[in-house]
Design a protein around this ligand. Structure first.
Ligand SMILES: Cc1cc2nc3c(=O)[nH]c(=O)nc-3n(C[C@H](O)[C@H](O)[C@H](O)COP(=O)(O)OP(=O)(O)OC[C@H]3O[C@@H](n4cnc5c(N)ncnc54)[C@H](O)[C@@H]3O)c2cc1C
Length: 262
């Protein structure tokens, strides 16, 4: 079974701040990590390979330093990697990102694509479903449990919903997005880390991808970010305290009356 896992390198979001004057993200000095939802996707792919055999290919579109995310996934147990890197890919919105990834995936053999549910920086959860649309294959989003059939031709997925979960079965090829609870991603061991840099890693640029220039990067992006700003800080609430609940209720009524709310 051939499994492809698209992964994104993201900044450690807890440390990202917005420059209030320019409205841009301050990325300097912020460490980069493999998107945590993508770790779930990599783990799911490796577990399927371990139980059903096959090969796991990790793919990313990103700047040169995004290679570190590929190495981490290879150290976890991925077999090979594809790094789509070119200045022409820069500034891509979710559509151009998905289109660029899908055009490369189209050239590769695959039975299953496993994405993360969302990237913790962009947070749109659009790239996975958009890749499936470009490829014209079914998608099952928010997977928290995956079961491959004995013959390896279909997959059953428990997908999270607002009310509980749905059980969906699909014939391969299919694209799945991974959510929390799917598994516990393994930590790469020393042997895995040492082997990672010796595994095949192919670089793909815009020319070798062979798609029109106006379909990729900023030129191929229909979305425009007009303004980025941190949400306004909410003022803290007040706490009404007293020994007797009746006294609390009385104080609350007085407070609301004072504010003209009743
Ligand atoms: C006009 C515009 C300009 C932008 N310019 C930039 C820019 O210059 N630099 C920048 O970093 N961001 C830029 N962005 C943000 C960029 O569009 C998104 O980060 C990117 O398209 C992915 O969307 P997301 O982060 O919401 O991913 P989601 O849709 O939340 O990701 C879901 C899953 O898709 C897969 N995935 C997502 N992105 C990738 C990837 N690159 N490679 C492989 N798999 C992936 C992963 O499995 C991930 O878990 C720009 C956005 C817009 C609208």
């Amino acid at each position: 079974m051939k499994i492809i896992v698209p992964v994104k390198q993201v900044p450690e979001v807890a440390e990202v701040k917005v420059n209030p004057d320019t409205g841009t993200l301050i990325r300097e000095g912020v460490p980069s990590i493999l998107n945590p939802f993508d770790e779930l996707a990599v783990e799911a792919a490796i577990q399927l390979k371990e139980s059903h055999g096959g090969e796991v290919t990790i793919i990313t579109m990103g700047p040169p330093q995004a290679k570190d995310a590929l190495y981490k996934a290879l150290a976890m147990g991925g077999d090979k990697a594809v790094h789509m890197t070119d200045r022409a890919f820069a500034g891509a919105d979710t559509w151009a990102t998905a289109y660029t990834l899908a055009k490369q995936i189209e050239k590769m053999e695959f039975d299953l694509i496993i994405c993360g549910k969302q990237a913790i920086d962009g947070d749109t959860a659009q790239v996975g479903p958009e890749i499936a649309e470009v490829l014209g294959i079914p998608q099952i989003c928010y997977a928290r449990h995956i079961e491959m059939s004995e013959d390896g031709k279909s997959i059953t997925v428990h997908r999270e919903t607002d009310e509980g979960y749905e059980v969906v079965k699909a014939r391969l090829p299919v694209l799945i997005t991974a959510t929390k609870g799917l598994n516990e991603p393994r930590l790469p061991n020393i042997m895995g880390i040492m082997k990672a840099k010796k595994k095949p890693l192919e670089e793909v640029d815009a020319e070798s991808l062979g798609v029109p220039e106006d379909e990729i990067g900023l030129k191929g992006s229909p979305t425009q970010v007009r303004k980025v700003f941190p949400p306004q800080k909410k003022a803290g609430g007040i706490k009404i305290e007293a020994e007797d609940p009746k006294e609390v209720a009385k104080k609350l009524v007085e407070f609301l009356a004072e504010k003209g709310a009743i």
